[in-house]
Design a protein around this ligand. Structure first.
Ligand code: NAP
Length: 259
């Protein structure tokens, strides 16, 4: 399928590996020029070179922490008026409800709620002016079904979801579509670190921890970054103009709900 976005420009945050990388690759395959971001310069540059060589698009790496105002300014300086924005950053650490204090919440809010909101606020005016734009926020299945040990994530992502619910309907009349993608467990470093948590908590091996978590997924496996990226690219395509403010689960059926 021709996604109809060849030659457009996208910012993809948190894109050196994992789900963000999957989104960057799928957009590059559709002919989109990219500005990609992550904190670690070496792996980010490697990713940019690999994507550019494979798909023949321009890929500019901007190494910075997207949860900070300086990081956001650096990315926006490299691409002030993107056609497409994919918001993403690392998820907060797991724990117990009684573990977290104000600073922990501020960190989680900065990374998983306030950074995406700041970037949207910065790029939406030019998208509105052009009469076309796409924003995809990578959130989590925890928005629909809380994951008890990820209370920081549950909280921050719920806040972003509320913001998108209203804002997406304010910008839709201008041809700008904002949607959220809700990953269930995917085979990325994040999944490995959560497997580690289960392994340590229960005194079982990493393989047993992964097998136990797969057993909870009707698809009986973890998702892949490529599958995730394909859905992201579709949401950024010309065909997705009637999809507004949706929260789309990619979870192998994990969230047990009729709708
Ligand atoms: P990942 O494999 O750890 O990749 C995260 C990417 O984001 C890396 O490129 C990382 O590079 C970058 N990054 C992290 N923090 C950043 C920051 N503050 N500023 C800029 N770049 C940053 O993680 P993932 O599995 O793709 O997860 C992506 C998001 O989806 C996370 O928020 C995660 O919580 C959420 N999620 C994942 C799953 C899953 O199973 N994978 C499930 C539900 C939700 P650097 O470390 O070099 O910055």
């Amino acid at each position: 399928m021709d996604l109809g976005i060849k030659g457009k420009t996208a910012i993809v945050c948190g894109a050196s590996k994992g789900l963000g990388r999957g989104c960057a690759e799928a957009l590059a395959e559709a002919g989109v020029n990219l500005v990609i971001n992550a904190r670690t310069e070496s792996t980010l540059i490697e990713a940019a070179e690999a994507i550019s060589a494979k798909y023949g698009v321009s890929v500019t790496p901007v190494a910075c922490d997207i949860s900070t105002a300086e990081g956001q300014a650096k990315v926006l300086a490299a691409c002030p008026t993107p056609d497409i924005l994919v918001n993403n950053a690392g998820g907060p650490p797991p724990g117990m409800w009684s573990d977290w204090d104000r600073d922990d919440f501020i960190k989680a809010l900065d990374a998983n709620m306030l950074a995406p909101i700041a970037l949207m606020k910065a790029v939406l005016p030019s998208m509105i002016e052009k009469g076309w734009g796409r924003v995809v926020n990578i959130t989590s299945q925890s928005v629909k079904s809380p994951i008890a040990v990820l209370g920081l994530s549950n909280s921050a992502r719920a806040g972003l979801t509320g913001y998108v619910g209203g804002t997406s309907r304010q910008v839709a009349p201008h041809g700008v579509n904002i949607n959220n993608l809700l990953p269930g467990i995917h085979a990325t470093d994040r999944a490995v670190s959560l497997d580690k948590g289960v392994s340590a908590a229960q005194g079982i091996s990493m393989e047993e921890a992964a097998a136990q978590r797969m057993e909870t997924i009707p698809a009986r496996r973890y998702g892949t970054s490529a599958e995730f990226g394909a859905m992201c690219a579709f949401l950024c395509s010309q065909h997705a103009g009637y999809i507004v403010g949706q929260n789309i689960l990619l979870d192998g059926g994990s969230v047990n709900s009729t709708m």
